[in-house]
Design a protein around this ligand. Sequence first.
Ligand code: TPP
Ligand code: SF4
Ligand code: MG
Length: 277
Amino acid sequence: MQYNSPITPTWCPGCGNFVIHASLKGALTELGIPPHQVVMTFDIGCAGNGADKILGYNFKVLHGRAILPAIGVKYINPDLTVIALIGDGGMYWEGAAHWIAAAQRNEDIVVLVSNNQIYALTTGQTAPTTEHNYATKSYPYGTPFYPLNPVAVSIAAGATFVARGWTGDPAYLKELIKAAIKHKGFAIVDILQNCVTWNHLNTLEYYRERVYKLDEAGHDPTDKQAAYQRAEEKDKVPIGIFYHVQAPSIYEEYPLVKKKAGLEVKGRSVSKLLAEF
Ligand SMILES: Cc1ncc(C[n+]2csc(CCOP(=O)(O)OP(=O)(O)O)c2C)c(N)n1
Ligand code: SF4
Ligand SMILES: [Mg+2]
């Protein structure tokens, strides 16, 4: 496959990140997008360690900051496919302000969240999506608060494409990623990712008993209230596209933003600055 990297992954055997990368490679390949037209920004953490495991113009950034360079790249070259890959800790806590702002502004990027419901690389601390009462390194007597709902918050913030995937169904995940890439505007796929080392509650078996597909349940992704109701379900876990509408991106609303960001920096041409650099 043209996206395969020669670097051997260091993830634990059975880690859901293998599935996410396989689904992403399949999605890009089936959409006919070559690696040189893709820029991927990787956060810190096990998810972030995928930066050299898939070909593309990839780079790693500080924890919680993967969205910012993605937006910058898209401003300068809107023809590129720009994808930020982030863990649940980096996205929903350290990077939460960037997540909300990018959704509000309908920035034209794709965000894929490896949501293993734990801080994995730092050996198993409570994350924003950790289940109530689950005992972790940081809360050994059980996580005292309730998990954040990434789908509901993304919709409320203004995201125009909001989906949930699961590493137990790679083919379905690939289709969700393809739909996110094709979407014009802010697209987020919260991916329930099994972490075999630090999350012994939300396993593949746990979700296998609970997941169902929204498109097979007659869900209308243009219905915002229905999307919220599905997002709030607890006993069953819907996967698929919760919310999908077309809305102007920040470029279409404010063409001057694109012109200024893409062509000039304080009155000087970007190409001239780059030549000097
Ligand atoms: C600003 C900052 N805070 C904390 C850390 C330490 N740190 C490194 S990886 C990590 C956990 C990341 O968890 P998550 O984003 O969920 O990714 P995962 O490892 O679970 O894939 C943390 C807290 C850091 N590198 N930078
Ligand atoms: S600790 Fe968890 S998330 Fe990290 S590589 Fe291992 S299984 Fe994957
Ligand atoms: Mg995590």
